[in-house]
Write a protein that binds this ligand. Structure first.
Ligand SMILES: [Zn+2]
Length: 59
């Protein structure tokens, strides 16, 4: 598994965790994001950005 694939997998996993939280969290569903939702979203975005950067940068 190369670094990009691993970062991709982490971003996908972080997104799955975030979505899982949204399904069970009424404030987040009402667009009144809770602290946990905000943290999970930031974690996902950071992981996604790392993955996108890794994909663009030649190894
Ligand atoms: Zn929430």
């Amino acid at each position: 598994m190369n670094a990009t694939t691993e970062l991709d997998a982490r971003a996908t996993e972080a997104y799955a965790v975030y979505l899982g939280h949204l399904y069970g969290c009424r404030p987040c569903q009402d667009e009144d994001e809770c602290a946990t939702g905000a943290r999970l979203r930031e974690t996902w975005k950071a992981a996604r950005n790392r993955s996108l950067r890794a994909g663009r940068t030649p190894a």
